[in-house]
Design a protein around this ligand. Structure first.
Ligand SMILES: Nc1ncnc2c1ncn2[C@@H]1O[C@H](COP(=O)(O)OP(=O)(O)O)[C@@H](O)[C@H]1O
Ligand SMILES: CC(=O)N[C@@H](CCC(=O)OP(=O)(O)O)C(=O)O
Length: 257
């Protein structure tokens, strides 16, 4: 079985042009087939405010009304995605910028939640990923670059959290490939003390995650990130959570001994 590396980068790296360029340079040197998924929530919130639409987040998920969907489409599928693709092309990576609507690669369903109306936010399952098309792109030496948008097959784009998208793509590809998922951000990994960059947990199992979470040591965006990470790990994806600019260390998910 061939290897595929699925890498996700978050908003803090995307927002810093020097870090982004360094990350893309090291991404261009990775061997073998790769898929890049990018977020951009920070930039979307900034633009939203300048357009007079106050961003609303619940448990790390953006409430996406019609105006917000327009903004995230401009920011994720346009500004960020096309700039990343252009930079990768300059590094001789044959990148193709995508939403889930392109080639019907990822269809999703609008999230139904009795308590909260998330608006145009989509969730998907493994069968919703067009693994055949995605594999063909990889087999043709193309590097897919996904932004955090899926579609509902009725003509609407849906906003999908980038960590969920990365884990979902990794799980779908794991049926055909040996998949390595790297969730990259601006810290060196999952930290025992979020204020201390030297406290990286090199190996994390589910029990330790749950106890650090109940002790309040893991919080905010790290909770949905790790929930997604363990979902992929449970499907035999090799998962690392690491700094975007350091691919030699980070937190590896492991099974409980
Ligand atoms: N134990 C922890 N270790 C590292 N980061 C943590 C931890 N607990 C909470 N965090 C927070 O989670 C954030 C990462 O989640 P998020 O902002 O959603 O990432 P992304 O940049 O990928 O969007 C970190 O910037 C940090 O503030
Ligand atoms: C539904 C939902 O919350 N979608 C996310 C998608 C972008 C994202 O995940 O960006 P980061 O990885 O940079 O946080 C949002 O709009 O913020």
């Amino acid at each position: 079985m061939n290897d595929v590396t699925v890498i996700k980068i978050g908003g803090n790296i995307i927002d810093d042009p020097v870090s982004l360029q360094k990350f893309l340079h090291s991404f261009s040197k990775e061997k073998g087939a790769r898929v890049l998924i990018h977020g951009g929530g920070k930039k979307a919130s900034e633009l939203s405010r300048t357009m007079g639409v106050e961003p609303r987040m619940i448990e790390g998920r953006r409430i996406t009304d019609a105006a917000t969907l327009e903004i995230v489409t401009m920011v994720y599928a346009g500004l960020i995605n096309k700039n990343i693709v252009a930079q990768l092309q300059s590094l001789q990576v044959n990148a193709l910028g995508l939403t889930g609507a392109d080639l019907n690669l990822i269809k999703a369903r609008k999230r139904e939640n009795a308590q909260v109306d998330y608006g145009f936010v989509g969730d998907f399952v493994t069968e919703d990923v067009n693994t055949g098309q995605l594999s063909r792109l990889l087999e043709n030496g193309i590097t897919p670059v996904f932004c955090a948008l899926t579609h509902d097959m009725h003509g609407s784009l849906l906003n999908t959290n980038a960590d969920s998208l990365a884990a979902g793509i990794a799980i779908a590809l794991s049926e055909k490939f040996n998949v390595h998922l790297h969730l990259c951000f601006e810290k060196p990994g999952v930290l025992r003390d979020a204020e201390n960059d030297k406290s990286v947990i090199l190996q994390l199992d589910k029990n330790e995650y749950l106890s650090l979470k109940s002790a309040g040591k893991i919080f905010e965006g790290m909770i949905p990130k790790l929930d997604n990470a363990f979902k992929a790990f449970d499907k035999d994806v090799d998962v690392t959570i690491r700094h975007a600019l350091n691919n030699s260390t980070g937190t590896k998910l492991i099974r409980h001994e």
